[in-house]
Design a protein around this ligand. Structure first.
Ligand code: CP
Length: 340
């Protein structure tokens, strides 16, 4: 991690008003700043210090789907920053009667200081967030869309830096895993393969042939790897992904990536053996980390002995969702004048 901010140093204004929809729009220097502020807020939270950088400021949290970590890290986070969140279940908003993103974005941004939104509907969610951003006078913060989950990727990066220090040359494997609990979006693995190579990480993406990530994302990840000094390797051999890895992130994603209508139970069932097991963890580098964005499908994606075992850092990873969410809000939602 970079140097912590000095105690009580005013936060920089350079990111005030910025939309946070994908980390692709944020420079490496800006992401480093987010990570430093996250670390500073984490230390202050642990020390019981006040961090009311957003006193009396309001964020609207619009959810088109369920959430445990994202909702609660955002709600707890804004409270700890001195502000307030409105939880909005979009099924009970006029969105359910067809109100368009333009009207919602303009109006909510006149009532408060940021709009955060989760909309994971394939080929809809990211468009919806960008439409909000086009019309909102306040920053739009993605709480996950069909393409990206930047808050998750940021917390994952913070966790790896805390545990491993320098990430350059580390092998981090993003591995498809079998699950039956629900059809999981591609936005988590997609954000991870885009972000991690920017930090010099050698990313291995492993999946059955039936579950690719979109080619545009692979192309962008390769560009990021060239610019950041990392790499992206794709394999259909899960053992190769575990072998000598410093971090493994086995997680399900849907096979409707390219055509949601063609979701195939047969393809899913053919991947039953894609599971994080004790035997596969034995292939990894010494003290390798097991990570998962959660919720996990225990028994399918991963054995309990792994997710509850000594290599698992899932709770630290989930905790970092709070500190990173606070950093994003603190930097983007700042008032233009102190005390406003
Ligand atoms: N990882 C994550 O986004 O969790 P929730 O779906 O519970 O918010």
């Amino acid at each position: 991690m970079g140097e912590p901010l000095p105690a009580n140093e005013p936060l920089t204004d350079e990111l005030r008003g910025r939309h946070f929809i994908t980390l692709q729009d944020w420079s490496r220097e800006e992401i480093d700043l987010l990570l430093r502020v996250s670390g500073d807020l984490k230390r202050k939270f642990a020390a019981g210090r006040e961090t009311e950088y957003l006193r009396h400021r309001t964020i609207f949290l619009m959810f088109f789907g369920q959430s445990t970590r994202t909702r609660n890290s955002m709600e707890a986070g804004i409270t700890q920053l001195g502000g307030h969140a409105h939880f909005l279940d979009t099924s009970t908003m006029q969105i359910a009667h067809g109100e368009v993103a333009k009207d919602t974005g303009i109006i909510l941004s006149r009532y408060g200081h940021a709009i955060a939104c989760r909309n994971c509907v394939w080929e809809v969610g990211n468009r919806y967030l960008n439409e909000l951003a086009q019309w909102s006078s306040a920053p739009i913060i993605s709480m996950q869309c069909d393409r990206y989950h930047p808050l998750q990727a940021l917390a994952d990066l913070m966790t790896m830096q805390e545990k491993l220090g320098s990430l350059k040359g580390r092998k981090v494997s993003v591995i498809w895993a079998y699950a039956t609990s629900h059809k999981k979006p591609v936005s988590v693995p997609l954000s991870q393969i885009l972000l991690f190579p920017r930090y010099g990480i050698d990313v291995t993406l492993a999946h059955p042939e039936s579950h690719p990530l979109p080619q545009w994302a692979i192309d962008l990840a390769q560009d990021n790897a060239r610019a950041g000094g990392g790499s992206l390797t794709i394999t259909h051999d899960q053992e190769a992904a575990y072998r000598d890895a410093h971090v493994v992130i086995p997680k399900n994603w849907g096979d409707w990536v390219l055509s949601p209508e063609s979701t195939s139970t047969e393809a899913l069932e053919a991947g039953r053996h894609w599971k994080c097991t004790v035997e596969r963890m034995a292939l990894t580098a010494k003290d390798a980390l097991y990570m998962h964005a959660l919720p996990a499908d225990r028994g399918n994606e991963v054995q309990d002995a792994v997710i509850d075992g000594p290599q698992s850092v899932i709770y630290d990873e989930a905790e970092n969702r709070l500190h990173t969410a606070k950093a994003v809000m603190a930097l983007t939602m700042r008032a233009s004048e102190p005390g406003q």
